[in-house]
Write a protein that binds this ligand. Structure first.
Ligand SMILES: NC(=O)c1ccc[n+]([C@@H]2O[C@H](COP(=O)([O-])OP(=O)(O)OC[C@H]3O[C@@H](n4cnc5c(N)ncnc54)[C@H](OP(=O)(O)O)[C@@H]3O)[C@@H](O)[C@H]2O)c1
Length: 522
């Protein structure tokens, strides 16, 4: 029977091409790396695709002194360097740049916000924009609470706030705030941050970004699972033997040692990106694609994660740190040789976990996760390994059978493959594993948008599905804090325990070998 439109919940939340209402984006941290590498190239590409509203404006807020012209010229250089579309189209850039302004101020200075309010009012009047505001926290996390407090005190983030003296100018309908990762460093700090955000804003005004959720391949997990009839019936403990999630980076800490050493792989990758991937793979079908319906299901996965604490960390987790090694034939230094790294620290650059989700769908299905720096390659993928057939019918030939595996490649070489057994041509029965392969690059041709393009546009449109809700962030921290707590009781004795350019410490191999399984060879 054909599904009707009204019976299909996935249509309800679908975003058909829409243009947001006129607005101004205020970037705190406008002279920083994120603004240059991600935000401005994303905005430029949205302009290219005519997805931004008329009068759209940007105000960059930071301490360095510079003129509007200087700021625009620096941003233009960033687009020429980092935009996914090249070469830069001068006419498009020039018309976008007319709406870009620089505001020099310190986050802690109330006068800076009063002056910002006046500038925003002038932009509203001159460019015909309304007072809709998107505030982007592209700042060091230590500054979030200060900025939120100042926005609250000046009333700048109140939806519909009209700047002083804006008589005759249309008041905006919305004010939204995007908060960058990391969202806290543990449960207590995430709760404190949520409280300070919610003392000024309503939850629906807060957009906690995890750029993994903006990736096309990550969004496709839900379409793959719930837009097809054939996978969902086998997506459970009856048919799935285990799941593996790998997020490998070949880069090291690359001069970010100061930041990374305070964080480590568990906080930097697992608490956000990896748990979000896990939630999409493991969640129940939502009742609709409405933001809260989807986020309700994601948070239920986090709440069902079996805690790993105390002595369990020995059996369910592996920590690692790379020493010197070789990558693509080049010698590379070890973690502790990076600038900014505290030589006394025990921060991990690798983590592997064995997780369980205690609900009816996933009871006793192990989910193995690994992520690390200075691994042999940059790769993120989710692999679902199905159980073997109940009876082996092919004699000796069947003994070498590999289990069916469905792999979602998040990056690079984005796509999905299904591995299954086939008969080798010939007079005897011999089996060989083959792949059925879908590749984004060849199937659709078009270059997918960058995660930040999708996420900025969604925020302007008021769609928070791909952003983390406050309770989601807290549940993820609660789980991760349990592991940290166990680790703190048993500081690592063997760091560095893997050479740069290898797949992590030997204990990561043993984590699966003890269950008679092995990591996928990537
Ligand atoms: N870079 C990335 O690719 C990336 C990726 C994911 C997440 N993030 C997150 O994004 C945020 C920003 O990262 P980033 O790498 O762009 O940082 P960054 O390069 O250090 O930039 C920080 C910005 O904040 C401004 N700033 C600092 N203190 C200030 C103050 N007191 N008053 C006014 N402005 C101040 C700096 O400008 P002035 O010095 O001119 O004041 C600069 O524009 C962080 O939370 C980070 O974790 C970054």
């Amino acid at each position: 029977m054909k599904a009707t439109l009204s019976a299909n919940p996935f249509r309800e939340g679908l975003r058909i091409e829409r243009t947001p209402s006129p607005c101004t984006m205020i970037i705190f941290g406008a002279t920083g790396d994120l603004t240059a590498r991600k935000l401005i190239p994303a905005l430029y590409n949205l302009v290219l695709e005519r997805l931004l509203p008329p009068g759209f404006s940007v105000v960059g807020f930071a301490r360095s002194g510079k003129s509007n012209e200087q700021f625009r010229s620096e941003l233009r250089d960033s687009v020429e360097k980092y935009s996914r579309t090249q070469p830069l189209q001068k006419a498009i850039w020039d018309s976008f740049a007319e709406g870009v302004f620089y505001h020099q101020a310190d986050y802690a200075d109330p006068d800076g916000y009063a002056a910002l309010s006046k500038l925003l009012h002038r932009i509203d009047c001159e460019r015909g924009a309304s007072s809709n505001r998107l505030f982007y926290m592209a700042t060091p996390p230590a500054a979030y609470q200060e900025i939120i407090g100042q926005l609250g005190a000046t009333g700048l983030a109140a939806p519909g706030a009209c700047p002083t003296g804006s008589a005759g100018n249309r008041c905006g309908e919305w004010a939204r705030v995007i908060v960058e990762k990391p969202f806290g460093k543990d449960l207590a700090s995430a709760k404190a941050l949520n409280q300070s955000l919610l003392s000024v804003l309503k939850e629906e005004q807060v957009y906690r970004i995890d750029h993994y959720l903006g990736k096309e391949t990550v969004q496709n997990i839900l379409v793959f699972r719930f837009g097809n009839g054939i996978f969902e019936p086998v997506w459970n403990r009856r048919y799935i033997d285990h799941v593996q999630i790998t997020a490998g980076e070949s880069v090291g800490v690359e001069g970010r040692g100061g930041y990374y050493d305070q964080s480590g792989a568990l906080r930097d990758m697992v608490q956000n990106h990896i748990l979000q991937l896990l939630a999409l793979v493991a969640m129940e079908p939502p009742s609709s694609m409405d933001a809260n319906a989807v986020r309700d299901e994601r948070v239920k996965v986090f709440r069902a994660l079996r805690p790993i604490g105390g002595s369990q960390s020995e059996s369910f987790t592996v920590r690692g740190r790379y020493g010197p090694g070789s990558l693509s034939g080049t010698r590379v230094a070890g973690y502790s040789e990076d600038t900014g790294v505290d030589h006394e620290s025990t921060t991990e650059s690798f983590v592997a976990l064995k997780l369980f989700i205690d609900n009816w769908r996933w009871a006793d299905v192990p989910i193995y996760v690994r992520t690390g720096k200075r691994l042999p390659k940059r790769i993120t993928e989710i692999s679902i390994q199905f159980s073997c057939p109940p009876l082996l019918l092919f004699g000796e030939a069947g003994e070498s059978m590999s289990p069916n595996t469905l792999t979602m490649r998040i990056q690079p070489d984005e796509g999905i493959s299904l591995r299954f057994e086939a008969k080798l041509p010939g007079q005897t029965t011999r089996l060989r594993s083959v792949n059925m392969d879908f590749r984004y690059s060849t199937s659709f041709g078009a270059q997918p948008p960058e995660a930040y393009e999708r996420l900025l546009l969604d925020c302007m449109l008021g769609d928070s599905t791909l952003f983390t809700r406050g309770d989601e962030a807290e549940s993820a921290w609660e789980f991760v804090d349990g592991i940290r707590c166990g680790w703190d009781q048993h500081p690592p004795q063997d760091f560095p325990n893997y050479a740069a350019g290898t797949w992590g410490p030997e204990s990561a191999r043993r984590l699966l070998a003890e269950d008679a399984r092995e990591w996928r060879r990537l």
